[in-house]
Design a protein around this ligand. Structure first.
Ligand code: 6U4
Ligand code: NA
Ligand code: NA
Length: 179
């Protein structure tokens, strides 16, 4: 029954306006933008792995919190992938490119955020920094389904089944009610 591999995936978000992603330079998911993460090592909790991988791949430390769980099944692959997704709203250290990942900030497009309270004043000066929007077309296909749930700070779970061509065949995503 050793058929589940545990991974982590961590995101740093600032002011609900930008998110740190890494361009995967090699290995699994090469050429895609994603959070920072990897395998949970033996003897380590998922939360410890998340902090370690963020440090190893982006050079920073953050108070990561568990935001959701993803489960992936790949056609022709015996092992399923269990991914714990973490995020933090602050970090310390200097964001650093590594052999594995090239970190970059992206602006969070309004279409991925919950509707704003109409009385909220938007500080356009705070958003003056010009960043590209989250590149969903260059990310794993499941991300567009749960990214809005994570950004809305809702606890989510999801499963996606990928075909041999790496396209999503079947999926299910859900979240607990907004608090
Ligand atoms: P390490 O520990 O780095 O050697 P490795 O086997 O290289 O592990 P790695 O770093 O490539 O794994 O980690 C895979 C990363 O991709 C994890 O953060 C989980 C994430 N991931 C895998 N499938 C995904 C999917 N369908 N959607 C998604 N992230 C996925 O958003
Ligand atoms: Na990794
Ligand atoms: Na690792």
């Amino acid at each position: 029954y050793d058929k589940v591999k545990q991974y982590t995936n961590a995101f740093v978000i600032q002011n609900d306006s930008k998110i740190l992603l890494g361009y995967k330079k090699r290995g699994f998911g090469q050429g895609l933008w994603n959070g920072f993460g990897g395998k949970v090592d033996p003897g380590e909790t998922s939360a410890q792995a998340a902090v370690r991988e963020l440090q190893e791949e982006a050079g920073i430390t953050a108070p990561l919190q568990l935001r959701g769980i993803l489960f992936f099944v790949l056609e022709g692959v015996d092992t399923a992938f269990h991914i714990s997704v973490y995020s933090a709203y602050e970090y310390s250290g200097t964001i650093t490119e590594t052999d594995e990942m090239r970190p970059e900030w992206f602006s969070i497009q309004d279409s991925l955020l919950p509707p704003r309270n109409p009385l909220t004043t938007i500080d356009h000066d705070a958003q003056a920094e010009e960043l590209p929007p989250i590149p969903l077309d260059k990310m794993w296909a499941d991300d567009e389904f749960w990214m809005p749930l994570m950004l809305a700070r809702r606890y989510f779970v999801g499963r996606a089944d990928f075909g041999a061509d790496n396209k999503m065949r079947r999926w299910w995503f859900g979240a607990t009610p907004a608090s």
